[in-house]
Design a protein around this ligand. Structure first.
Ligand code: NAD
Ligand code: UDP
Length: 314
């Protein structure tokens, strides 16, 4: 197949490029390089099945493809809050452009949605199943991302119902691994970089808020498996149910890096979700998928990656 990946030079997009090329597909990687980097796909440049295209997903495009994975959107709170209007435009107009392409050429279109559609979940709904409508502040500093992704899901469902576009929607929970941007502000990259540099580890608030961390290889398996089955269109939670407090994560990173960094506490950002854990029953039943890599295992190659990047000074 010929497959378009928007946001293909980012953290997850570049792993998806590797995976699909490895399966023998042609891959068009579209990116505007806002948070993505050429170095993530440099190793693919000589591959005749790979094509890198600098393009902004908010601008229309015409491509003859069989499948589209729509990953274009900054994912870290620091990056998506940098230019919130651009963030919501990317989600909404990016979805419209991908779905319009899918409609025109009959391609299946996959949306990289997020656990942020659940917002700050009600404690009585834990873990979060796909049937939960969420608790999202529509006017807060996270809404450009949360509401953008929610509107994108609406567009996907309406293009499917109204125009018969073939869609798949994955709701991704916090995913980490090699090729995350060292300075993108997300917790795993922040803590590892701080630990490796001997700087203070910045835990926001008391560190009792939780997240469930999925290693990138597990997530990509879930993506490809959801995209290529016929039973359901989603939305489907894809994540690792292993739930940790942010303080526990900090302690794991310190232990694995052998760092002498000390933990300091900084202000908790506005609307920061207090707890989050995926209910993956649907993925287990429909795809036979579940994560295989624990946080302790996944941190090792991630730390090794950042160690290399920092020592190269890149
Ligand atoms: P990332 O920031 O590394 O990747 C996003 C990519 O999209 C980058 O390459 C960026 O340059 C590109 N991009 C941004 N705006 C664009 C635009 N207007 N036009 C073209 N390209 C654009 O983040 P990631 O972690 O790889 O996330 C990929 C996708 O998965 C995102 O849609 C994100 O919302 C979703 N997601 C990720 C996580 C996670 O934990 N990693 C969790 C939930 C959802
Ligand atoms: N966080 C933290 N220190 C950091 C970066 C993040 O304590 O240096 C916290 C943040 O407040 C949140 C959690 O870690 O509670 C996950 O943050 P991240 O930005 O990685 O993802 P998201 O909030 O989108 O899940």
């Amino acid at each position: 197949m010929r497959i378009l990946i928007t946001g293909g030079a980012g953290f997850l997009g570049s792993h998806l490029c590797d995976r699909l090329l490895g399966e023998g597909h042609e891959v068009i990687c579209m990116d505007n390089f806002f948070t993505g980097r050429k170095r993530n796909v440099l190793h693919l440049m000589e591959n005749p099945l790979f094509e890198l295209m600098r393009h902004d997903v908010t601008d229309p495009f015409k491509l003859e493809v069989d499948q589209i994975y729509n990953l274009a959107c900054p994912a870290s709170p620091v990056h998506y809050q940098h230019n919130p209007i651009k963030t919501i435009k990317t989600s909404v107009m990016g979805a419209i452009n991908c779905l319009g392409s899918g409609k025109r050429v009959g391609a299946r279109v996959f949306q990289a949605s997020t656990s942020e559609v659940y917002g700050d979940p009600d404690p009585s709904v834990h873990p979060q199943p796909e049937s939960y409508w969420g608790n999202v502040n529509p006017i807060g500093i996270r809404s450009c991302y949360d509401e953008g992704k929610r509107a994108a899901e609406t567009l996907f469902m309406d293009y499917h119902r109204q125009n018969g576009v073939d869609i798949r929607i994955a709701r991704i929970f916090n995913t980490y691994g090699p090729r995350m941007c060292p300075d993108d502000g997300r917790v795993v990259s922040n803590f590892i970089v701080q630990a490796l540099q001997g700087k203070d580890i910045t835990v926001y608030g008391e560190g009792q808020q939780t997240r469930s961390f999925c290693y990138c290889d597990d997530l990509i398996d879930g993506f490809v498996s959801l995209m290529n089955q016929e039973a359901v269109i989603g939305p489907m939670n894809i994540g690792n149910p292993g739930e940790f407090t942010i303080l526990e994560l900090a302690q794991k990173v310190i232990a694995q890096t052998g760092s002498h960094s000390k933990i300091i506490h900084e202000a908790l950002p506005q609307d920061d979700p207090k707890q989050r854990q995926p209910d993956i029953t649907q993925a287990q039943k429909v795809l036979g998928w579940e994560p295989t890599i624990t946080l302790d295992e996944g941190l090792k190659p991630t730390i090794a990656y950042f160690d290399k990047v920092l020592s190269e000074g890149s």
